[in-house]
Design a protein around this ligand. Structure first.
Ligand code: BG6
Length: 468
C-alpha cells in the first residue's frame, strides 16, 4: 500500500487528541517516523500559535506524567509540522478551506477523533470536496450505539467510501500486549494443545480503572461501560484469546478468524449481566440527573464451538474501582487426582496463566511446587515476565495505529463484520438493560458482580488470592 503524505486530525481540541494523539505524534517524530505534516481541524477560534502551545502543553504533560525527558529538538520539529484549520464541522466552508490547504497532497489520512454522532456529517463534508475520493478515513470507537445504528452508520459511510478506505479504531488492537496474545498462543507449542475445554476451567477478563470519567461526562453519559469498552476492547481481547489460529498473519486471515469465533459467542442475556453505577456519578459534570448509564458491568458468556463449549468466560470493567488494571486470567482444571493435598487442607491452587495487558505488561504462570519440609505438599509459585524489562520499551497503541493508517495496513483495525457480530452478542442487554446497582468508589463494584463467578473473581495482580 502507498504511504499517506499528510495526516488530518478532526477533533484537535478534544480529550483524545490531548491525551493520546499529540503525545503519539511526538513519539513518532522522536523516532524519526513522522515524515508527513499534520493538519488539525477545530472549531475553536485559535491562532496557529495558540494551537501549537496547546499541543506542546499536552505533550509536556504526558511526558511529565511518565517521568520522561522531552527531546526539545523533536518537539520543535513536530510543532513545525502542525497546521490549524479553523471551522465548524457543520459549515461547508470548513471543508472547502481544508481542501485548499491539502491541494498539494495526494493521499491524506483523515482521523475523526470526534463524537460518534458526527462521523457521517463530517464524512459527507469530506465527500462534497472530493476528499473521500483519495483519503483513508479513520473512525474512533464506538462504531454505532447498537446493532441497528452500526448497520446504518456503515451504510451511510459506504455510500461515501469503500471498506478498504475505512479504518475503524479500537486502540486495544494497537497495544503490543494484546498482540502478544497471538504470539503467546501460536508461537509457543507448549500451550496450544491445552487451550481448550478439556483443560481450561474458566477465563476471567478484568479491565478496572480507579478513576472516574475524568471530565468526559457528556461523552460517557451517552455510552456507558458496555459501549465504551465492552463491545470493543474487551471483546477484542476475548477474541485474541479464543480464536482459532489464522492460516497466516495477513489482515484478512486474522479478521476471518475473529469473525468466526465472535459468531460462536452466545448472545448475552440480562440474567448473565450485572450493571453498576458508582455513587457520585450523577453529580459529575455533563451527566444527567437521572442517568441510567452504567459505569460498571460484569458478565458471563459462553462460546458455543468445539474448542470452548461449556467453559464460562467472565468479563468485568468499571470506573472508580479499587485498582487500575487490565488482565486476562486463564484458569486450568485441577489434576485428575489430588496426590498432594493433606487431610483438612484445601486442594492446591489450579494452574493459571495471567496476561497483564495494561501497564507493566507481561505474563505470569502460576504453578505448584513442593513446599519445603518433610511433608509432600505444594505451594503456589509464579513465573513472571515483564516484557519491557525483558525485551525493551514497547510503543504506545496510538503511535502504532497512526503509523498503520499512514501505511495503509488494516491488520490493527476492525472489519465491519466483526463490529456487527460484537453488537449482536450484546444486543439483548443493550436494548433492554438490566437493573443498575449502586457501588462505592475504591471497591470491586456491586456485590451482585461477585456472585456471578462461583468461588469469586481471581484477585488482580497475584495468582493465589481471590478478590472479594
Ligand atoms: C477508552 C475509553 O477507549 O479506553 C476510556 O473510552 C478508557 O473510558 C480507556 O479509560 C482505557 O484505555 P487504556 O489504554 O488506558 O486501557
Amino acid at each position: 500500500m502507498a504511504r499517506a503524505d499528510v495526516l488530518v486530525l478532526f477533533g484537535a481540541t478534544g480529550d483524545l487528541a490531548k491525551k493520546k494523539l499529540f503525545p503519539a505524534l511526538y513519539e513518532m517524530e522522536e523516532a524519526g517516523e513522522l515524515e508527513i505534516p499534520v493538519f488539525a481541524v477545530a472549531s475553536s477560534k485559535w491562532t496557529q500559535d495558540e494551537f501549537k502551545i496547546r499541543a506542546e502543553a499536552s505533550i509536556r504533560e504526558r511526558k511529565a506524567s511518565l517521568d520522561e525527558v522531552i527531546n526539545e529538538s523533536a518537539l520543535n520539529k513536530l510543532l513545525d509540522k502542525l497546521f490549524l484549520v479553523v471551522g465548524d464541522y457543520q459549515d461547508p466552508q470548513t471543508f472547502i478551506k481544508l481542501r485548499e490547504a491539502l491541494l498539494e497532497f495526494k493521499l491524506p489520512v483523515i482521523y475523526l477523533a470526534i463524537a460518534p454522532g458526527m462521523f457521517t456529517d463530517v464524512t459527507q463534508g469530506l465527500a462534497k470536496v472530493n476528499l473521500t475520493a483519495i483519503a483513508r478515513v479513520v473512525v474512533e470507537k464506538p462504531f454505532g450505539r447498537d446493532l441497528a445504528s452500526a448497520i446504518a452508520l456503515d451504510e451511510a459511510l459506504k455510500k461515501l467510501l469503500p471498506e478498504d478506505q475505512i479504518y475503524r479504531i479500537d486502540h486495544y488492537l494497537g497495544k503490543e500486549s494484546v498482540e502478544d496474545l497471538l504470539v503467546f498462543r501460536f508461537a509457543n507449542t507448549l500451550f496450544e494443545p491445552v487451550w481448550n475445554r478439556n483443560y481450561i476451567s474458566n477465563i476471567q477478563i478484568t479491565m478496572s480503572e480507579d478513576f472516574g470519567i475524568d471530565g468526559r461526562g457528556k461523552f460517557y453519559d451517552e455510552v456507558g461501560a458496555l459501549r465504551d469498552v465492552v463491545q470493543n476492547h474487551l471483546l477484542q481481547v476475548l477474541t485474541m484469546l479464543t480464536m482459532e489460529p489464522p492460516i497466516d498473519m495477513s489482515s484478512s486471515a486474522l479478521q476471518d478468524e475473529k469473525v468466526k469465533v465472535l459468531s460462536a459467542v452466545r448472545k448475552v442475556l440480562p440474567s448473565d449481566v450485572v450493571r453498576g453505577q458508582y455513587v457520585g456519578y450523577l453529580q459529575e459534570e455533563g451527566v444527567s440527573a437521572q442517568s441510567p448509564i452504567e459505569t460498571f458491568v460484569a458478565m458471563r458468556l459462553f462460546i458455543d464451538n468445539w474448542r470452548w463449549a461449556g467453559v464460562p468466560i467472565y468479563l468485568r470493567t468499571g470506573k472508580k474501582l479499587a485498582e487500575t488494571t487490565m488482565e486476562a486470567v486463564v484458569e486450568f482444571n485441577q489434576p485428575p487426582r489430588q496426590l498432594f493435598a493433606t487431610q483438612g487442607q484445601p486442594a492446591p491452587e489450579p494452574n493459571i496463566v495471567r496476561f497483564r495487558l495494561g501497564r507493566q505488561d507481561g505474563v505470569d504462570l502460576s504453578l505448584q511446587a513442593k513446599a519445603p519440609g518433610s511433608q509432600l505438599i505444594t505451594n503456589t509459585v509464579d513465573l513472571t515476565v515483564e516484557f519491557a524489562a525483558a525485551l525493551g520499551a514497547r510503543k504506545e497503541a496510538y503511535e502504532r495505529l497512526l503509523d498503520a493508517a499512514i501505511l495503509g495496513d488494516h491488520f490493527r483495525f476492525t472489519r465491519i463484520d466483526a463490529v456487527l457480530k460484537s453488537w449482536e452478542i450484546l444486543e439483548n442487554i443493550v436494548l433492554a438493560p438490566s437493573t443498575l446497582h449502586p457501588y462505592f468508589g475504591a471497591t470491586w463494584g456491586p456485590q451482585e458482580a461477585m456472585e456471578l463467578v462461583p468461588g469469586g473473581w481471581m484477585d488482580v495482580g497475584t495468582a493465589a488470592e481471590k478478590s472479594s
